[in-house]
Write a protein that binds this ligand. Structure first.
Ligand code: UDP
Length: 294
């Protein structure tokens, strides 16, 4: 799909990733309609876009019917709480936006004959028994654990997306997003990169959960967004049916990250070990061969 005179709807467009996506789509010449109920998103993230001639914002809960006038070429479904702290506090909203919200967003794409792109997650792999994770790995998810509300909502969203593709012939793609960091993460977001940086700058202890031996692979937000838009604009092909991991394949321990933040900030904050959250994945690293191949 070329970006010329194209119109995209971004659900969750006022969130961390959604707002960067709006920025990049506008840069590429798209008209952008951003929908967000501002549960975890904020108009601060899109304030700089509000006067842009090609940008529109609608405050809308995407679990409710979405009425959009005019043509739409792409629907990108990014609405959801995504920090563990948020989805533990908002379990019902998280389940609803992944299920009902995905259904509504798919319905919009179908009405408009638009390409649909689902923001899925590395959480579909749960606490993985295979490392790195290829897309063919089915995962190790506890459906009734505290993280189940997010993991299962996203797994349902993937299944729903494939249902629309296979039954209605909708043009779809799914990206499984791995840990991402960058500007516009909320300081109190609760995720590890923002926590450590804020703690280091405020000279408070860096809270390592468990021994800090668990691993993550951190992607800078602009790299992720470029990958997602490349996927959006990739030629329609049977290969697009199954999900694509996008992330940084370099795996690091949480302890390594804490030491790096201390070094870069010059902070003298001590380390404070805290209990490991229930079902916290012990390893996480994307196998990105599929994304590279397209
Ligand atoms: N973590 C930590 N200290 C914090 C926040 C998180 O040690 O203050 C750990 C957490 O237990 C997990 C990893 O950092 O193993 C990444 O957590 P985050 O909340 O960023 O996202 P997740 O990858 O678990 O979705």
């Amino acid at each position: 799909m070329s970006s010329l005179s194209r119109r995209a709807v971004v659900t969750g467009g006022a969130g961390f990733l959604g707002s960067h996506l709006c920025d990049f789509l506008l840069e590429r010449g798209y008209d952008v309609l951003c929908l967000d109920n501002l549960l975890t998103g904020s108009t601060d993230n899109i304030a700089h876009l509000l006067g842009h001639p090609k940008f529109k914002f609608g405050k809308h809960d995407v679990t409710e019917y979405m009425f959009v006038e005019g043509p739409v070429d792409a629907v990108l479904h990014f609405a959801s709480p995504a920090s563990p702290v948020d989805y533990l506090e908002m379990p019902i909203q998280t389940l609803k936006v992944g299920s009902l919200g995905t259904h509504k967003a798919l319905g919009l794409a179908k009405t408009k004959n638009a390409r649909f792109l689902l923001a899925s997650t590395s959480e579909v792999y749960g606490d993985p028994l295979v490392n790195p994770q290829p897309e063919t790995y089915w995962g190790n998810v506890n459906p009734i654990g505290p993280r189940g509300v997010y993991d299962e909502a996203k797994r349902f969203a993937e299944a729903m997306t494939l249902g629309y593709r296979r039954y209605h012939g909708l043009d779809t793609s799914i990206v499984r997003i791995f840990n991402t960091y960058g500007p516009r993460m909320r300081p109190n977001d609760g995720r590890v990169v923002s926590n450590f940086i804020v703690q280091a700058l405020q000279k408070k202890p860096l809270t390592i959960y468990g021994e800090g031996e668990q691993t993550r692979s951190f992607t800078y937000v602009s790299d992720l967004i470029r990958g997602i838009v490349a996927l959006l604009e990739a030629d329609k092909s049977p290969e697009m049916e199954t999900p694509f991991n996008i992330g940084n394949p370099e795996e690091r321990t949480v302890r390594y990250l804490a030491d790096l933040v201390l070094k870069l900030t010059g902070s003298t904050s001590p380390i404070l070990k805290q209990p490991l959250p229930v079902d916290d994945p012990q390893v996480r690293c994307p196998d990105i061969r599929r994304a590279k191949s397209i």
